[in-house]
Each structure stands twice: as C-alpha cells, then as structure tokens.
Design a protein around this ligand. Structure first.
Ligand SMILES: CC/C=C\C/C=C\C/C=C\C=C\CC(=O)SCCNC(=O)CCNC(=O)[C@H](O)C(C)(C)COP(=O)(O)OP(=O)(O)OC[C@H]1O[C@@H](n2cnc3c(N)ncnc32)[C@H](O)[C@@H]1OP(=O)(O)O
Length: 311
C-alpha cells in the first residue's frame, strides 16, 4: 500500500503541478529526485531519519519530503509542558529542513489522538508555572498555525480541547471513522473558557454561528458530525487514515511552495497577529483566570469525575 501511495505521489508531481513548478523554476531537490524516478517502480526509501524524544516520535522521509510526528505520551497524549516544549523544538527543526515540505501529525497510541492540555499542569501549581505553561501552549499554536509546511492531522482517536486545537492548526484533517471517537473544543464542560485564539481558529474553520454553538455547549462531535460541521475534512476507515494522509499530502505538495505558503500567510496572519499583539496580556489573563478558587475547584472536580468514571 505504501508503494502504491508513493506511485500516486510521483504521478501527481509529474502532472500539472510539476509543470507549474517548472515554469516557476521552483523545483526543490526532493522533486528533482522524484522526476528522475521511472514510474514503474516504487520509490525506494534511501534517506530516512528518525528522532525520538520523550513524548514524540518523529520520522523524516527525505525522499518524499514528508515528516510524520507521532504524539507518544501515554496514557492519553495529554499536552504536558514537556510535550509542548519538545513539540515546538521538533517543529523548528523540521521547519529548518529545506527538503521537508509536509508534516503529518498523528498519535502513537490509537484511540486517543490527544486528551488536550494536561489538566494537572493547570491546578495546584504556582503562578510562574501557569505562565510558563501558557507560553508553551501559545508557542506551539503560533508555530503550527503559521508553519511553512503542509500540516495534515491524521486523527486516529479522540481529540478534545487542546487536541482539537492542534488539528485545527493544520491545513487538513482526516479522522478515523469510529463513533467512539470525538473531537471539539469542550472547555465549557470543564468550567473554563476557550481563549480567543482557540475560538478564532475554530471560527476560521467552521464559521461564526457553528463555532458559537459548539463553544457554548462544549460540543464533542462524532466523526460523522465533525465532518458535517466542517471540523474535519475527511472521515475514513480506521486503517486508512495514514494512507489517506499521504495521498492528500501529495495533492497539497503538488502546489508550488511559495504560492501556497503566501496564501496561507495571507489567510492566517491577521488571526496570529491578534495574539502576538497581546501575548503578555493573554498570559496574565490565563494566570489570573486559572488561579481563581472557583476555576481550581472546577478543574479538580473534572479530574475527579474522569477518575470516577472508571470505577
Ligand atoms: C477569560 C478567559 C481567559 C483565559 C483563558 C483561560 C482558560 C483557558 C484554559 C484552558 C484551556 C484548556 C484546553 C484543554 O485542552 S483542557 C483539557 C480538556 N480535555 C478533556 O476534557 C479530556 C479529558 N479526558 C477524556 O475525556 C478521556 O480521558 C479521553 C477520552 C481522552 C480518554 O478516555 P479513556 O477512557 O481512554 O482514558 P481515561 O481513563 O479517561 O484517562 C486515563 C488517565 O488519563 C487522565 N487524563 C485524561 N485526560 C487528561 C488530561 N487532559 N490531562 C491530564 N490527565 C488526563 C485520566 O484522569 C486518567 O488518569 P488515571 O489513570 O485515573 O490516573
């Protein structure tokens, strides 16, 4: 199957996209190599590099120009300060790899894409810790939302709150067709409020009315409903998520990088600038909001409820 996908990738880049690239004199080293491959054989993986840190496994296929990043923070891929920090470091590394043009984000543990922000980072800690944590959340969103790479979320499990934000920050979302999985910004269910830039990212994806409805009720959508409302772009059988991501990636990579990147920037920069203009104020807001006794109590009760569900 992987070879078939690679053949599709080569065919795609040999088509109109390739012509566009040639006319713009924009062929990257990776694409040159693709062009030289005879179409009857699969693309041999001659250069593959992996780096793995606590909580993230990154695999870079230099020939395809695609990196796959698997969140690996059992049991539920909660976004701890450590995971957020490593995520940002690895994203920066990938961004600096000229030949890496696409990134697929997925989970190493099927069933849970990510449980969102690590709630234990948000209660019973110092103000300095909350500030550091929030800065890391901001940093990841800023880097991901404005990435020069094509970012595809291969959502192979549930993806509430911060997990949903990571998917929304990408360019395209593919979700596994399993009614047990849900996705959405469910902050209100925890007694907290999605920050304005979470909200903006959702509005940019599904529009104002659907966002207001989803945010006020803290809706967690099944894959079918997520597709209907536009939170995800495609729902596919569970075992087809990765191959579909590679296929979709080939379509996006057939567009000349500079044109696609400038378009992405044009669409997203106003949203990013809103946060950049008030980054410190947003951190202060978060620290003062999360430190309130009532909010600390809500988070504590929510964690208790999560644990009691199992008993
Ligand atoms: C005015 C406004 C100003 C500023 C803005 C202010 C505030 C905004 C602030 C914050 C925004 C936050 C966004 C978030 O991301 S909050 C996190 C939301 N996440 C959730 O609600 C998900 C909760 N988890 C679940 O629903 C489930 O765990 C699951 C569906 C992901 C997985 O279900 P399972 O049945 O497979 O697993 P569980 O048994 O439930 O969990 C295993 C284990 O993991 C613990 N856990 C689960 N989720 C989290 C989490 N997000 N953080 C930390 N820990 C988590 C769970 O308690 C279990 O622990 P134990 O094994 O019992 O110890």
């Amino acid at each position: 199957m992987a070879l078939r996908v690679v053949s599709v990738l080569k065919r795609r880049l040999g088509g109109p996209g390739q012509k566009l690239l040639r006319s713009g004199n924009l062929l990257s080293a990776t694409q040159h190599r693709w062009e030289k491959m005879p179409s009857s054989v699969g693309f041999p993986v001659t250069s593959r590099r992996s780096f793995s840190k606590t909580a993230l496994i990154v695999d870079v296929d230099h020939n395809l120009g695609i990196a796959t990043m698997k969140m690996n923070n059992p049991p539920v891929n909660s976004l701890s300060l450590e995971l957020l920090t490593n995520f940002v470091i690895d994203l920066e590394k990938l961004e600096n790899e000229k030949r890496c043009r696409g990134l697929i984000i997925t989970s190493a543990s099927p069933k849970i894409f990510s449980a969102g922000l690590d709630i234990t980072e948000m209660y019973g800690k110092s103000s300095a810790h909350y500030a550091e944590f929030w800065k890391a959340v901001q940093e990841l969103w800023l880097k991901l939302y404005m990435s020069n790479m094509v970012v595809i979320a291969a959502i192979n499990g549930s993806s509430p709150a911060g997990g949903c934000l990571i998917s929304l920050a990408g360019d395209y979302r593919i979700m596994a067709d399993n009614p047990k999985y849900t996705i959405g910004l469910n902050e209100t269910l925890l007694g907290i409020v999605a920050p304005f830039w979470f909200k903006d990212t959702l509005v940019n994806t599904i529009g104002n009315r659907a966002s207001e409805h989803a945010l006020q009720l803290g809706l967690l959508f099944s894959p079918t409903d997520a597709l209907r409302v536009g939170i995800v772009d495609q729902v596919v059988p569970e075992d087809k998520v990765q191959d579909t991501a590679l296929n979709v990636m080939s379509r996006w990579l057939s567009i000349p990088d500079h044109a696609r990147q400038l378009t992405k920037t044009m669409m997203r920069k106003p949203t990013v600038d809103r946060l950049l203009k008030q980054r410190e104020a947003d951190i202060k807001n978060f620290v003062s909001f999360i430190s309130r006794d009532s909010i600390q109590k809500s988070l504590h009760m929510y964690m208790k409820h999560l644990k009691e569900r199992k008993e």
